[in-house]
Ligand binder design. Sequence first.
Ligand code: ADP
Ligand code: MG
Length: 247
Amino acid sequence: MSAEAIIETRGVCKRFSGFTALKEVSVGIQAGTLTSIIGPNGAGKSTFFNVLSGALEPSEGQIFFMGRDITGLRPHEFAHVGIAKSFQITNLFPNFTALENVRIGLQAHVSRYGLWRRRSALQGLDEEAALLLKTVGLADRARHLARELAHGQQRALEIAVALAAKPKLLLMDEPTAGMSPEETKVMMDLIRKLVEQRTVVLVEHKMKLVMGISERIVVLHNGELIAEGTPDDIRANDLVKRVYLGQ
Ligand code: ADP
Ligand code: MG
């Protein structure tokens, strides 16, 4: 394993009742980078995302996080080691304000502390929540109910909730899905900012969207890793070109 890999899969396979969605995927994600996992529809991106976030256990193979074998840990244990995912709309409480949603996320995190640290940590949660809202560009939406927010703002709020767990690795599955061009631009700017503080892995169907901001690209096709490298490497890759043109 390369020294800088924050998360690494070794020979990961995932089968769904006979159908193989991932075939021996071995990939290392370098710490501090923005890495995008791309591929046409059905390539296995979401399945791989779910394996990385602990939502799905691989049928075969292993996952290492900061050098530790985390294969088979429960989803909440993936969260505890420092892996967060965003873009599950169901994570938001629609009738709570944006600030309350982030505060709930922070409280869940604090409840893992010992009593002494917990008492001091519970003070100042509102300020911390406000700070996270500012990070994602929602400072002026703190008192709005989650359900009143625009689609792009709800996506940003989900990121703030994910950040409340103070993850070392943030995973995002198609963060701009269903967004207008303006919302997409805002989200891409936010992702650029997020990677200054942590490792970010983006799963994305639209190759063009991630070429400009990613440092590394991983290409999946039919459940197999077909290419890995810098955006320039990927642009020049004949197999990748064929797979995307063939759509
Ligand atoms: P992508 O996100 O790249 O579009 P997915 O990971 O969602 O691809 O799916 C990859 C393949 O695995 C698809 O053919 C899909 O139908 C299949 N698949 C995904 N999840 C399941 C499941 N729970 N049961 C059976 N097949 C699945
Ligand atoms: Mg998908």
